[in-house]
Design a protein around this ligand. Structure first.
Ligand code: PLP
Length: 391
């Protein structure tokens, strides 16, 4: 039956049919501890009863009407995101995925440049970044592997090394057509790369100096995972544009491009749109997700658990030859080895543990924010044993 699908993915030989909290059950009835959460999506774990209820209630009243009409739940979600903690984003555009949210951000940057009569507007993007698989977002992405075969790429991106302010300043001196910087607060797919603590503050300053838009891709870091509701809140700054997806729907497909200040006024009727984006079902679920994350202070829990993972992995693994770095921001945890380690995913699966390897040699853990202390210990013990055995 798998023959019926395009060979887009290299899938592991397992299929899950049920989940609860941090656990998944496969079709044979085996139970797995999930420290991938559908790649940073199910921050509230699987089959969360309040989310299941919101979904069922909404599905039995109204799924979809289209953006030809007002959608009160979309307006409420926009308002909700506007009021979230320090976010203070003024306007929202809702899409169905991370890539689509970033497409909206890229279009905003280009229109913003256009309005300022800047010819061939360019956006500064980072090496090792990941922004999605549509043509514009893969062109923004800093990976030749993702881009290979898809030339000609979308023009208008200037690439600089991540966590390197001097490289951005250098561009600012010579290049007059820059309109925005698009950056992940922590690079997820690129290898859980955590920049210097003032990196985002410095980018904010440069953007202010040159009237560039600061656009943060919080698709992986957002909705509590980094230890704050949004990762830029660690820096007490406000971006002009922020994109969200993944954790916002906990499995319900939704993306959002939020903007404030001058960026919030750029899109006019006819500039952008989506048939499904922000439909009542997705918005209802996203509001329930935000209610749970905020009322249960799950971002604080992610911060606390992240510190525990970091310190215990350092204690158990840092001295092993072959472990080159252990880094984390909340519940984005990376253990970098000096060699490719993709085979660890299969070895972990045999032990009924889901882990991920990214950038070839970085073990990436993205456990749910609702995980218990005992479940954390299980992940730490199993991953440490796997790494020790592998090296
Ligand atoms: N941006 C970041 C930082 C991501 O991690 C991802 C997905 O991994 C995307 C964008 C693309 O999101 P999607 O797969 O929903 O299009």
């Amino acid at each position: 039956m798998a023959d019926s699908l395009m060979t887009t993915y290299q899938r592991l030989p397992v299929a899950f049919e049920r989940g609860e909290g941090a656990w998944l059950w496969d079709t044979e009835g085996n139970r797995y501890l999930d420290s991938v959460t559908g790649v940073a999506v199910c921050g509230l774990g699987h089959a969360h009863p309040e989310i299941a209820k919101a979904l069922c209630d909404q599905a039995s009243s109204l799924l979809h009407t289209s953006n030809l009409y007002r959608i009160p739940l979309q307006e409420q979600l926009g308002e909700r995101l506007r009021l979230c903690s320090l976010a203070a984003m003024e306007k929202a555009f809702f899409a169905n995925s991370g890539a689509e949210a970033n497409e909206a951000a890229i279009k905003i940057a280009r229109l913003y440049g256009n309005k300022r009569e800047i010819k061939n507007p360019a956006i500064i993007v980072m090496e090792q970044s990941f922004h999605g698989r549509t043509l514009a977002t893969l062109s923004a992405t800093g990976s030749r592997k993702v881009q290979a075969g898809f030339d000609p790429l979308v023009q208008g991106f200037i690439r600089v090394p991540y966590d390197n302010i001097e490289a951005i300043e250098e561009i600012a001196q010579h290049q007059k057509n820059v309109v925005a910087v698009l950056v992940e607060p922590v690079q997820g797919e690129g290898g859980v790369n955590v920049p210097a603590s003032d990196y985002l503050n410095r980018i904010r300053e440069i953007c202010d100096q040159h009237q560039w838009l600061m656009m943060l891709d919080e698709i992986q870091t957002g909705i509590g995972r980094s230890g704050k509701l949004f990762a830029h809140q660690h820096n007490s700054i406000l971006p002009d544009v922020m994109t969200l997806a993944k954790g916002l729907g906990n499995g319900m497909p939704i993306g959002a491009c939020l903007a404030q200040g001058k960026a919030a006024e750029v899109l006019a009727p006819g500039n952008h749109g989506s048939t499904f984006g922000g439909n009542p079902l997705a918005c209802r679920v996203a509001m329930t997700v935000l209610d749970i994350v905020e009322s249960q202070q799950l971002a604080d829990r992610a911060a606390k658990l992240g510190e525990r993972f970091q310190s215990e992995f350092i204690a158990k693994l840092a001295d092993l030859p072959g472990v080159t770095s252990i880094r984390s921001k909340g519940l984005m945890i990376g253990i970098e080895l000096d060699r490719p380690c993709g085979e660890l995913v299969g070895k972990a699966l045999e032990q009924k543990l889901l882990i991920n390897v990214t950038a070839g040699n970085v073990i990436r853990l993205l456990p749910p924010m609702i995980i218990s202390d005992d479940e954390c210990k299980l992940i730490i013990d199993k991953v440490s044993a796997l790494v020790a055995d592998f090296l």
